[in-house]
Design a protein around this ligand. Structure first.
Ligand code: ZN
Length: 219
């Protein structure tokens, strides 16, 4: 089963991805992993990628898709994949659809974790990390026992520079303007499974598994 997981930062996408890989025995492939793996391997494609990243240029879609195709040919991806973080635009979704038949694959379903923008903003702006080990807390959902202090090592909690309201707003804006087009793209193909992500994790994963035609508990 080849799946695409779409959700803004803070939508709980990572959690649902791990539930899917456990339940389906398929691999999780995030755009970050794809890039890190390619650069670490030092393949010709990896070197080309590194060039773009070192210059701070946008990685061309054909390069990202070639990297995905290369990875999907490895035996561990035979049972399927959950793609996360790619495609991010309608053009990328189209290019991926054009490329996958080379591997006799298609995207079976695209899963969208729909969480309202104000809820995402609320979740993301509550994030704090400790200065000693980057342990993550959230004043809304996972507060430390003592305000401003890490439960685990007692160091101070700070807000990361990329977790400030202005930066979060900008990321969410990109999501709701560009990535939402990917949701429309797969909806038009009849492949979209849209879930209300503004519920407890267990509720979301129940709907996710039912939506894919799976029993929630493995027999
Ligand atoms: Zn800590």
């Amino acid at each position: 089963m080849n799946l695409i997981l779409i959700g803004a930062q803070g939508s709980g996408k990572g959690t649902q991805a791990s539930i899917l890989i456990d339940r389906l025995g398929i691999r999780h492939l995030s755009s970050g992993d794809i890039f890190r793996n390619a650069v670490a391997q030092g393949t010709p494609l990896g070197m080309e990628l590194k060039g773009y990243m070192d210059r701070g240029d946008l990685v061309p879609d054909r390069l990202t898709i070639q990297l995905i195709l290369d990875l999907l040919q490895a035996p561990e991806y035979a049972p399927g994949v959950v793609l996360d973080g790619f495609p991010r635009t309608r053009d990328q979704a189209r290019a991926l659809d054009d490329a996958l038949p080379q591997l006799q694959r298609t995207i079976d379903r695209a899963i969208y974790l729909n969480v309202p923008r104000d809820v995402l903003l609320d979740r993301l702006s509550g994030r704090y990390v400790c200065i000693a080990h980057q342990h993550v807390f959230n004043i809304k959902t996972k507060p430390p026992r003592v305000p401003g202090v890490c439960d685990i090592d007692g160091s101070d909690l700070i807000q990361r520079s990329d977790d400030t309201p202005a930066v979060i707003e900008k990321r969410l804006q990109t999501f709701f303007e560009d990535t939402i087009q990917v949701v429309h793209y797969y909806r038009a193909q009849g492949k979209l499974l849209e879930l209300d992500g503004n519920q407890p994790i267990e509720e979301v994963s129940l709907h996710l598994l039912y939506g894919l035609g799976l029993e929630p508990v493995q027999a």
